[in-house]
Design a protein around this ligand. Structure first.
Ligand code: NIG
Ligand code: FE
Length: 420
């Protein structure tokens, strides 16, 4: 892994000859994570610079290729680089004291209503400099990278002023210069109502939709917009207004939906072609059908389910039946999901939600890419995709989603370069 602070060159910054170098990664077992979930027992990958040029059975490698370098993977399993498609990993401080309160029986909602929860992290984030925010967030990102995560989505939502949301988003973007990872950023100003707008959520959403969104979009700081649609968050009508503005600017939308109750958010999000609806514990068959029909990914967040000691589970059977695409993410945040392990989220998704290990693997690769609108370039080992892949010390891919609290990642290749 590149040392912190040393910029990791993006493909465009590499000297031409290096960017064009052909590398053969041979003697691999490949879990391609394409729609057929293809597995190759004697596979090889050919990368040209930061892209995959060719993937297949090693004996079928076309003779015209003359690789500049060959790497023997000694029969190890290779998957695409993992994608954590829902995190709030840029924040300061922690909420261990609130966790202790919850252990004594107070609910997450009660703490939020009393001015704790998201607002308590907001106070810490507002008080922090960009450097502090970055310094506190880096170890969480490093922990993901050590598990083979090569793409991470990071949401704002703890600044809740235009200036502090911009600060969070800038820090999120800058992390991709410190570590070998692709970062996408999502504006989640509609996370909770900040004190400046107490009692007037309509005015807040109006400012976010009509002033903040265009300004941050203009600065190139956001790839998508999200909203916490919930009794302690915002209403479906607020989401409609935010989405109208995002639609005018051509910004993709997402939603925290149906986590603690069913307000009908995911039906709206699906009707607007949202990239994803996330959480979904209180969703049912109608929501599953709508998500599947719209191609909106259902992102399940089992660590939040676990840490909030929720009882109601997302409608996995209905999602399967409807043919919805299901992704898994960490939801890394200081309140509902204080952790930074996508492998643990996978094993919780299998044990707690009943996903198969194969579904969990698709959920952190192909489906996670789609939840970020990146399905054209990431999430599968096929020709033309980014050369991001992981070499594992496992006997079979089912071990991903099986181990809980053990990391079998052996080596990570990011944009065609071995980074760990
Ligand atoms: O995804 N539900 C809203 N947002 C986060 C929690 C944020 C927090 O508690 O700080 C979530 O669970
Ligand atoms: Fe979240």
């Amino acid at each position: 892994m590149a040392p912190v602070g040393k910029p990791f060159p993006t493909p465009a910054e590499l000297p031409f000859d290096m960017a064009d170098t052909l590398h053969l990664w041979r003697n691999a077992r490949i879990a391609a994570c394409d729609p057929a979930m293809t597995r190759l027992a004697q596979g090889a990958l050919l990368t040209r610079g930061s892209r995959i040029e060719w993937v297949g059975a090693e004996r079928d490698l076309p003779g015209e290729y003359r690789p500049d370098e060959a790497h023997d993977l000694r029969g190890a399993w290779v998957t695409p680089g993992l994608i954590d498609c829902h995190t709030h990993l840029v924040f300061c401080g922690n909420r261990a004291a609130e966790y202790a309160e919850r252990l004594r029986g107070r609910s997450y909602e009660e703490i939020a209503r009393k001015g704790g929860g998201i607002l308590s992290t907001m106070r810490a984030v507002r008080a922090a400099s960009e450097q502090q925010l970055s310094d506190e967030s880096l170890p969480r990102l490093e922990s993901l990278l050590a598990e083979g995560v090569t793409t991470v989505e990071i949401k704002s939502g703890y600044g809740l002023t235009l200036k502090d949301e911009a600060k969070m988003l800038r820090v999120a973007r800058s992390l991709a210069h410190a570590l070998p990872v692709t970062i996408t950023t999502t504006l989640l100003a509609a996370h909770t109502l900040p004190p400046e707008y107490a009692g007037d959520p309509d005015a807040y959403i109006k400012d976010v939709a009509e002033l903040w969104l265009p300004a941050l979009h203009e600065e190139g700081l956001i790839d998508a917009v999200d909203i916490f649609c919930e009794k302690i968050g915002f209403s479906v009508e607020h989401a409609r207004r935010l989405y109208d503005s995002a639609g005018r600017l051509g910004i993709p939308v997402k939603m925290h939906a149906e986590q603690l109750s069913n307000l009908g958010g995911s039906l709206l999000a699906a009707s607007r072609g949202a990239l994803s609806c996330d959480h979904l514990e209180y969703a049912g068959a109608p929501e599953a059908e709508a998500l599947a029909a719209a191609g909106t990914v259902a992102v399940l967040l089992p660590v939040a389910f676990f840490c909030l000691a929720q009882e109601r589970k997302p409608p996995v059977a209905a999602l399967r039946h409807a043919g919805a695409e299901v992704a898994i993410a960490t939801d890394c945040n200081p309140g509902s999901a204080p952790g930074s392990s996508l492998l643990l989220a996978m094993s919780m998704a299998t044990r707690l939600f009943g996903l198969t290990c194969e579904e969990a693997l698709a959920g952190v690769t192909r489906h996670a890419a789609r939840a970020l609108g990146m399905q054209g370039e990431r999430g599968m080992l096929t020709a033309g995709k980014a050369a991001d892949f992981v070499v594992w010390s496992i006997g079979e891919p089912e071990e991903l989603g099986y181990w809980s609290g053990f990391n079998p990642c052996r080596s990570v290749i990011k944009a065609g370069r071995r980074v760990s």
